[in-house]
Design a binder for this molecule. Structure first.
Ligand code: UDP
Length: 346
């Protein structure tokens, strides 16, 4: 990517969780589109070397502040200093199982940080917000593909509930602060890595998610992938998800900001971010093995408690209203995920 010099009139965008998986890719896309990302991350679930990867792609180091988003004083001081145009709020915990074990942590870290950020944005006149939501708000959808107006399912897990609650909080804040514009982005299953191989997902310990488990198994770091059930009512018996390349997802955040800028406040709109295609667990495993020419040993295990059987996005609204669609397919994402895994092993 061409090196872009900082200029004083660039719009600063606070990116909480900007050292994380989706955050780091979004920082790269923001900078590429002429924004000035300001990363806020306490590195509890990421590492400083992610910043090196971003710097290697951009040709300059992004501004980085090691702050816990629940630290209102530190966040306020930063917003007072930077007077940002807006914020993209990624910082959150996302492990469904852990949220069942420790719901208070999820309420504090997910809902609490959003409340702190919204308060600070209001105080310092930052009036553009993009919020990371999830298709978890749909639970097991009654019809597929799922559209944005499908009913929210309140409480499949404490994690899922925090996303429902955060969406509600953003909506209420948009009523209370007439200058505020917000976009709620409901991610389906983000996978892959930057095609440069310089940034990607850094799972801690045993991965919960399918694709990091697949890449680690292919790399020999795990013995066998366990497929969580093959007796579902789907064509091959395994669960179906909408896997979206993280670079496509990152680009949608930039698009969301640009879209908001062209519209009057108040504004609060929700969009699905998926490909519109559903793939089964077995299709993912087989596609990964084929496009990368590696073996992925697997066995069929029992169902995982709480798994939704099938969910994939209706992408009509994000295409027609936001003007965004996914450009990369499953094979592209699985190639990039493998390139990243190999790089990690270096
Ligand atoms: N999955 C699996 N083995 C694993 C991890 C995940 O079979 O080691 C399945 C999981 O049960 C689900 C699908 O892969 O059907 C996607 O799971 P993931 O945790 O990646 O995403 P989510 O459940 O949040 O959609």
């Amino acid at each position: 990517m061409a090196k872009r010099l900082l200029s004083p009139d660039m719009k600063k965008v606070i990116v909480t969780g900007g050292a994380g998986f989706i955050g780091s890719h979004t920082v790269v896309e923001l900078a590429g589109a002429g924004y000035e990302p300001v990363i806020v991350d306490d590195l509890r679930n990421s590492e400083e070397r992610v910043l090196d990867g971003i710097a290697a792609i951009l040709g300059r180091r992004p501004s980085f502040h090691r702050i816990d988003c629940n630290d209102a004083e530190a966040l306020n001081a930063l917003l007072a200093r930077e007077t940002p145009h807006g914020a993209i709020h990624f910082a959150a915990d996302k492990a469904v199982g852990e949220s069942v074990e420790d719901p208070a942590k999820y309420f504090r870290n997910n809902i609490g940080t959003l409340a702190v950020l919204l308060g600070s944005m209001r105080e310092h006149g930052a009036h553009h917000l993009v919020f990371s939501s999830s298709c978890t708000v749909y639970g097991e959808p009654a019809t597929l593909p799922v559209t944005e107006d499908a009913p929210d399912q309140n409480a499949t897990s404490p994690y899922g509930y925090t996303k429902v609650a955060c969406e509600r909080l953003v909506r209420d804040q948009c009523i209370a602060v007439p200058e505020l514009k917000a976009v709620l982005l409901r991610y389906f299953n983000p996978i892959g890595a930057h095609p440069s191989g310089l940034i990607g997902e850094l799972p801690r310990g045993v991965p919960n998610n399918l694709v990091p488990y697949v890449t680690q198994t292919a790399a020999g770091l795990r013995g066998k992938l366990r497929i969580n059930g093959s007796d579902y009512e789907t064509p091959d018996g395994t669960c179906i998800r909408d896997y979206i390349h993280v670079v496509d997802l990152a680009k949608a955040h930039v698009r969301a900001l640009q879209w908001m800028e062209q519209r009057p406040a108040p504004l609060c709109e929700v969009f699905n971010l998926g490909t519109g295609r559903g793939n089964s667990v077995l299709e993912v495993v087989k596609t990964f093995a084929r496009v990368n020419d590696v073996e992925v040993p697997y066995e069929i295990g029992p169902r995982r408690a709480g798994d939704v059987v099938s969910v994939y996005a209706d992408t009509t609204k994000s295409r027609d209203v936001l003007g965004w669609k996914a450009e990369r397919n499953l094979a592209d994402a699985l190639r990039d995920a493998w390139r990243w895994q190999q790089r990690l092993a270096d």
